[in-house]
Design a protein around this ligand. Structure first.
Ligand code: ZN
Length: 501
């Protein structure tokens, strides 16, 4: 036991609750805040952020950490208490390694660079954004040098999003999946088979879509007593405790493929947070293990469940009831195929399951090269277009649908993209483990029984909160380290069937 631990927990609970309040005002900003409040809200958020940073990096945190570490020395390294202090130490070290001036400069430059990016993207004017990107890369290099790394400068940056993962891990992962994904994409194109997806285009009243998505969310196990769904320009999930986890979605009145899968994606994130243990509430152990593990949950519900044949069979009668005109003459199989159409496209967020990871690979390779300086910022548009041609066989007409499409680099999120692919691969690996444990899973999904699936995720993933690093958690849940085989097997089986290859 540690006599200081109750004090330690109280200190971190204060920090956590301030962070929760900061998330709450951010949720408000993205959903209901009147636009005139933007300046006041920015000040409120900056004040809270400053307070949180001061508390986290202050003398009191340092004293409590040292005291608890000495009191817990020699205890079970996997106990909640030891892990709690270890996670807080990792966060503290990362926050205190960066000089305050650099943190402030990054915050200032991020605000400016995002504004320049919005304008540059609208005008397809990469040159207008290039100097800001150049500076962002320079700041990222400084950040990485302060944080420290063993082999590659990228290691320091990706570690912020996927703790314990290195540039070499990601490069090895892509070395395996790249040739197979390119080959599968080409085989689908060469199959000559066209998927007719007209069934998901038409007139779909927004209020009916809203009711339908809420029914789906309830059915799959998102607890609406501890959550809610609103609309926002970009779907997201946020939480202010395990008992208040909110999601947003968006509705296209002429296209049904957006709201259902965006809602299921965000609910996957939300159910992970709702499943965080009560005992971890308001401690550094609450929430998820990493962005990659988080994405495995969202992609699992969106794709492995949502775009499955079994789920399509479950959903179809609900679709016929909500949109009789559109579905009266349709059949389940054509709906299933429509929501699984594969087509190389320019925009990452619209990409299908087969081509999605090639979009991430391209970004990973380019950001590594920008960071090390082997690619000059001014040459980015050409490098982007060349890789799009090589991997997907298409070329953007403008930089807006090319290297200016994502906000990540403008927002200083360098080293973030690979977490999307890690999440995809892990979703396939988890699915394999789940189908071993639940042999009747397909029949359960078809009959709307999602409780066994959610219970498995609660026990093997959600219930660990943020206690373990991804490389510790993945073998616990699936019996082995992250292995791309399962996701590739899943893709091959599914799309060979759909495209007859
Ligand atoms: Zn996500």
């Amino acid at each position: 036991m540690s006599a200081t631990l109750p004090q330690f927990k109280a200190h971190f609970a204060r920090i956590d609750r301030l962070t929760q309040i900061n998330s709450l005002i951010d949720w408000d900003q993205q959903t209901y805040m009147p636009s005139g409040a933007a300046v006041a809200r920015a000040e409120q958020s900056a004040t809270l952020s400053e307070l949180i940073h001061e508390l986290y990096t202050g003398e009191k945190t340092a004293q409590l950490l040292t005291q608890c570490e000495s009191e817990l020395a020699g205890q079970d390294p996997d106990s909640d208490d030891v892990r709690l202090v270890a996670v807080a130490r990792r966060n503290y070290d990362r926050k205190t390694k960066l000089p305050t001036e650099l943190v402030a400069e990054i915050a200032r430059h991020t605000a400016l660079s995002q504004e320049l990016w919005v304008r540059a993207r609208a005008r397809n004017d990469f040159d207008a954004f290039a100097p800001a990107l150049e500076k962002m890369m320079d700041l990222a290099r400084q950040q990485a040098e302060h944080l420290g790394y063993k082999s590659h400068i990228y290691d320091a940056l990706i570690d912020q999003y996927e703790p314990g993962t290195t540039q070499a891990d990601v490069a090895a992962m892509f070395a395996v999946i790249k040739p197979q994904l390119i080959a599968l994409t080409r085989a689908i194109a060469d199959s000559g088979r066209q998927v007719d997806d007209r069934v998901i285009y038409g007139e779909f009243a927004t209020d009916r879509q809203r009711a339908l998505t809420l029914d789906i969310l309830k059915a799959i196990g998102y607890d609406l007593q501890r959550g809610r769904q609103d609309e926002a320009a970009h779907p997201f999930c946020t939480n202010f405790s395990r008992d208040d986890v909110r999601i947003t979605t968006r509705f296209a009145p002429d296209y049904l493929g957006q709201s259902i899968y965006a809602s299921m994606h965000e609910a996957g994130h939300a159910m992970y947070e709702q499943g965080s243990p009560v005992a971890y509430e308001a401690t550094p152990l609450s929430g998820g293990a990493s962005l990659g593990v988080h994405e495995s949950q969202s992609r699992l519900w969106e794709n492995l469940v949502g775009r499955s044949r079994a789920f399509s069979r479950y959903l179809f009668p609900h679709l016929q009831q909500a949109f009789p005109a559109a579905f009266v003459n349709a059949d389940v199989e054509s709906y299933y195929r429509a929501v699984n159409k594969v087509q190389p496209s320019l925009i990452r967020v619209e990409a299908d399951e087969v081509t999605y990871n090639l979009h991430i690979l391209l970004r990973f390779e380019l950001e590594c090269d920008l960071l090390t300086g082997s690619l000059a910022v001014e040459d980015l548009p050409d490098a982007w277009d060349a890789k799009m041609q090589e991997y997907l066989g298409i070329t953007p007409h403008t930089d807006g649908e090319g290297c200016l499409q994502d906000i990540h680099w403008a927002g200083g999120l360098i080293g973030y993209f690979p977490t999307y692919s890690i999440g995809n691969l892990l979703s396939g690996q988890l699915w394999h483990a789940i189908t071993q444990a639940l042999p009747d899973l397909d029949a359960q999904i078809e009959h709307g029984e999602f409780t066994p699936l959610l219970a498995w995720l609660r026990e093997h993933v959600h219930g660990y909160g943020n206690k373990f690093l991804p490389r510790e958690l993945v073998p616990k849940a699936t019996g082995e380290p992250l292995n791309s085989r399962y996701y590739l097997d899943y893709l091959h089986a599914k799309y060979k069937d759909i495209y007859g290859i």
